[in-house]
Each structure stands twice: as structure tokens, then as C-alpha cells.
Design a protein around this ligand. Structure first.
Ligand code: FAD
Length: 477
């Protein structure tokens, strides 16, 4: 008899709730990962993230092997087929129990329901745990048991709840011996075959345990104290860059918080002028979006949170959209950010806000198109945070940027990249433009001589049109 641990977006042996429970069962463990390339296409998973997952699986395989747990990686098309894989694996190894950590978007939940139903018929148990967030969805609620729709009270309640019942990382050791025959069958030393998916190299992001732990440590030693001052400036390396690891579960949010409190025991005390608290605040934004996604499945079904915004008349102009995607809008900060995203799979948080606002307000393109483009390119693509970020910027979300407060992309650039250091890294055409004109290069030289496009919209006009469109949508409702 065996038990199965099914890895999904929790690719680690450290502080993994489902793995801990599998170990507690006392039976030999088979680990499983199911690649579903067709489903990934449908979910717009970035090729660079899939490569990152693939590389991380190699590490996971070795780590599990040291614990006597063989990892089997199976590729099928989609979630529907993965249900049958679980059934087959249970049959092959005479498994009596399957363990996994929850994924919250709707297709993932439906897949898990199908697995549970199918294997229950054969007397096999399916146990599934909340592991992705520090406090599980539905545990931070108002006094009336309602979900907080505004972030700040959510954060305050979150801190209160965490203080009352803290949740810390737990890693269990496994000394259960899996039979030689099974280990041989799953040939631990074989490399994992490439997935049937486009490949974009993710090598800039190390996947070994030591480096990930070191990144966390380095953040606390060198950046956390000044995080609140530096975090908005893309030319400064002022944030942790840990989101890719959180997205695939190479690192747990509990580990982040635990280490934060080891270095800064007062980080739970509200203080906006404190780097450690400000970082905690961001971790809690991640928790907020997790809570929302869990409660409102319609967020996974292309629905805006604010119902009236479904009546906004988006323009969806293919030419404007292409200019945004390619970083050729004539707005230097937007173009630099969009080019960085395409080349590296990474974009700084401030730039995500600026580019998302630009697409949805200045170009009046549907936020869902931008949401998809980000997922298709981001190495840290995470449905809850990406959807939350887009709905925030597009003013369609709960506690979002109000629709009448539209970012001015030029002023944002001047404020957060004052000398244009970030812009010059990504928009080579503007390399020689003096600091003074880096955000308005056409005041210095013509579009032809710069070989850089004129602004594709007039921001002042576009802003008014966007506000009017939201007003009309509200009136229609
Ligand atoms: P740090 O500043 O070091 O913050 C620490 C951690 O807190 C991050 O790793 C992340 O897990 C979390 N966090 C920080 N800011 C936010 C936020 N605004 N919302 C939710 N969690 C946050 N984040 C993703 O992980 N995946 C996405 O697909 C994603 N898409 C986004 C799309 C838009 C339009 C916007 C505005 C934001 C998006 N974010 C997304 C949130 C944020 O931009 C990234 O988490 C952050 O830039 C990651 O950098 P970091 O690890 O250096 O963060």
C-alpha cells in the first residue's frame, strides 16, 4: 500500500502541508506532478514560468529522493485527463490516500472535485489542504462573518487574527522506506522530459533551495529596512523579487513571514514609515486577493468585481493594443516596462500599475486583455494577484483605484524614474536624451531623428474620455 502526494503549485519539501500529512500517514509515498500543456495554454501560463516549473521539478525530484520518495512526472493534455491519471496511479501503486494542497481558481476546484468523486468510489481518500496563504481563505472576516471588501480593515483584522493564532512553517522528516522495486520503476536519476510547451529560458531565476533561502535572507539583511522608501523606484533593486518562488510554491508565504519576524519582531505593528511593516502589508495584499478569489468564483470567469463596470464601452483597438504590447506607445516609462516584460518575464510593481492603468484608461482597452497578456509573459503569473492587480488598476475591483483618479504616465515616470535610468536600459532609442527630456523626448528631438514614436494618445483627452465612459456605465446600471 502507498499514499500519493500530488504536487501542483507547491513545489517544495519544506513547509508543505500536504506532504506533512502524507508523511504522517506512515505509509510509503509516491509523489506525482501532472503537466497539462493544453490547460496551461487555456490559462495563458507563460512559457518562461513553465520552464521555471520544469527546472524546479528537477530540484524537487532530488530533494524527494533524499527522503525516499520517488517523483513521477506525467504529461497529459488537460485537467480532465489528469483526473484519470490520478485514478491510474492509485491503481498502479495500490494507493489508499491522495494528498494535495488547494488551488483556488474555479477550473482547479472543479478538477479536484472530480478527482475526489472518482477515487471515493474505489474507497480511496482524497485530502486537500489550505497551504498557499498564511491564513486560510474565509478565516479573516468581519464581525458579521462577511468578507472584507476594503483592504485596510482586512489587513488590521488579519494582523489581529495572526497574533491570536500564529501559523508557522512546519517541515516533517520522512524515514519511511519505499520499496526498491518502486524506486527503480520511477528511475529517480532520469532527467524530467521537456514539456510539450514553448520554451523560454528562465535561467536568470535560480531554483535551488540554498539560493532561494539566501534571497530571502539577503532581502532582510540589505533591503527590508529601506523597503518603504525604495520599493516604488524601478531603477533601484529595492524589493524582494520573491514572487516567482511564491507563485510556483518553491517558497511558502509562511516561510516569508517567519523570517520577517525573526529579523524584525515588530513588523506586525502598524507603521507606514517602517520597511518591515510595509513589506508585511504587501504579503497581506496577496492574502486579500486569495480571500477574494476563494469567495467569488466569478473572478475566475472574466467578471469584474464592480458590476457596473461591465457596461464600460471598451474600445479594443488592435493597433493601440499592439503598440502597448510591443512597448511602442511613445510614453517612455510605459514602453520601457512593456519591453522589459517581453524580454525577461519580469515587471516591477509600480510599472505594473502604470502600464495597466495606461492600457485601461488611456487606451480604454478591456482590462481582461491586459490581464491575459501579463499571464502569458510573467514568470510570477498568479491568477489571484494578477486578477486583483488588474481589477485594481482598471477600477473594476473592490477597493480599486477610483475611476476618476487616472495615472498620468508622464508624471508617474518623472516621479518614479526621475533621471530615466530605467527607461534608458530598455528603450535604447532614448539612450542619449538628456535627463530633462527623458519623459518628453519629442520636446528635445523629432520622432524621426529619435526613431521613437510620438505619443499614441493625448493623455488629457484620453483621461476625460475614460472618466466619461465609467460615468455612463454607472448611469446605465
Ligand atoms: P515585494 O515588493 O518584495 O513584495 C513581497 C511579496 O508580496 C511579493 O513577492 C508578492 O507575493 C506580494 N505582493 C507584493 N505586492 C503585491 C500586490 N500588489 N498584490 C498581491 N501581492 C503582492 N503578483 C504576483 O505575484 N503575480 C502576478 O501575476 C501579479 N500580477 C500583477 C498585475 C498587476 C496589474 C499589478 C498591479 C500587480 C500584480 N502583482 C502580481 C503584484 C505585484 O506587482 C508583485 O507581486 C510584485 O511586483 C512582486 O515583486 P516582489 O516579489 O519584489 O515584491
Amino acid at each position: 500500500q502507498h499514499v500519493v502526494i500530488w504536487f501542483r503549485s507547491d513545489l517544495r519539501v519544506v513547509d508543505n502541508t500536504a506532504l506533512n500529512h502524507a508523511i504522517d500517514s506512515g505509509l510509503p509515498i509516491i509523489a506525482l506532478f501532472i503537466a497539462t500543456p493544453m490547460q496551461w495554454h487555456q490559462h495563458n501560463i507563460a512559457a518562461v514560468q513553465v520552464d521555471f516549473i520544469h527546472r524546479r521539478l528537477q530540484v524537487l525530484k532530488q530533494q524527494l529522493a533524499k527522503r525516499n520518495i520517488p517523483l513521477q512526472v506525467i504529461e497529459v493534455n488537460d485537467f480532465a485527463e489528469s483526473v484519470h491519471v490520478i485514478d491510474q496511479v492509485c491503481f498502479d501503486y495500490n494507493a489508499v490516500h491522495v494528498f494535495a494542497n488547494k488551488q483556488y481558481p474555479i477550473n482547479e476546484q472543479q478538477r479536484d472535485n472530480s478527482v475526489g468523486e472518482l477515487i471515493a468510489k474505489k474507497g480511496i481518500k482524497f485530502s486537500i489542504f489550505d497551504d498557499n496563504y498564511i491564513l486560510q481563505p474565509e478565516t479573516v472576516l468581519t464581525r458579521d462573518g462577511e468578507l472584507f471588501k476594503v483592504f485596510t480593515p482586512f489587513r488590521n483584522a488579519w494582523i489581529k487574527r495572526f497574533t491570536l493564532s500564529p501559523s508557522y512553517p512546519v517541515t516533517k522528516k520522512s524515514d519511511i522506506v519505499t520499496s526498491d522495486a518502486v524506486i527503480k520503476l520511477l528511475s529517480i536519476s532520469n532527467p524530467i522530459k521537456a514539456f510539450n510547451y514553448p520554451i523560454i529560458d528562465s535561467v536568470l531565476w535560480p531554483v535551488d533551495e540554498e539560493t532561494i533561502a539566501q534571497r530571502l535572507e539577503t532581502f532582510f539583511e540589505t533591503k527590508a529596512e529601506t523597503y518603504h522608501q525604495n520599493r516604488d523606484f524601478p531603477a533601484i533593486d529595492g524589493t524582494s523579487c520573491l514572487s516567482p518562488y511564491l507563485a510556483i510554491g518553491a517558497l511558502s508565504a509562511r516561510q516569508c513571514l517567519y523570517q520577517l519576524l525573526q529579523h524584525f519582531p515588530n513588523a506586525l505593528e502598524i507603521n507606514k514609515d517602517d520597511g518591515a511593516f510595509t513589506w508585511l502589508n504587501e504579503i497581506v495584499w496577496r492574502e486579500f486577493y486569495g480571500h477574494l478569489l476563494h469567495r467569488y468564483p466569478e473572478l475566475s470567469q472574466y467578471q469584474p468585481f464592480q458590476k457596473f463596470t461591465q457596461f464600460v464601452q471598451w474600445k479594443d483597438d488592435a493597433v493601440l493594443l499592439k503598440a502597448w504590447q510591443e512597448g511602442k506607445t511613445g510614453f517612455p516609462i510605459v514602453d520601457a516596462a512593456m519591453r522589459q516584460l517581453r524580454s525577461t518575464g519580469w515587471m516591477h510593481n509600480r510599472l505594473r500599475m502604470i502600464t495597466a492603468s495606461f492600457l485601461t484608461k488611456d487606451l480604454l482597452c478591456d482590462w481582461r486583455v491586459g490581464e491575459q497578456w501579463f499571464m502569458q509573459h510573467l514568470i510570477d503569473g498568479d491568477f489571484a494577484s494578477n486578477n486583483g492587480g488588474w481589477q485594481w488598476a482598471a477600477s473594476t475591483g473592490t477597493d480599486a483605484q477610483p475611476y476618476f483618479r487616472v495615472f498620468n504616465p508622464t508624471l508617474q515616470g518623472q516621479r518614479f524614474d526621475p533621471k530615466g535610468d530605467f527607461i534608458r536600459t530598455w528603450v535604447k532609442e532614448l539612450e542619449h536624451v538628456p535627463d530633462k527630456y527623458i519623459h518628453t523626448p519629442h520636446q528635445w528631438a523629432s520622432a524621426e531623428s529619435l526613431n521613437y514614436p510620438l505619443p499614441i494618445v493625448d493623455h488629457k483627452e484620453a483621461r476625460l474620455i475614460a472618466i466619461e465612459s465609467f460615468k455612463q456605465a454607472k448611469a446605465y446600471m
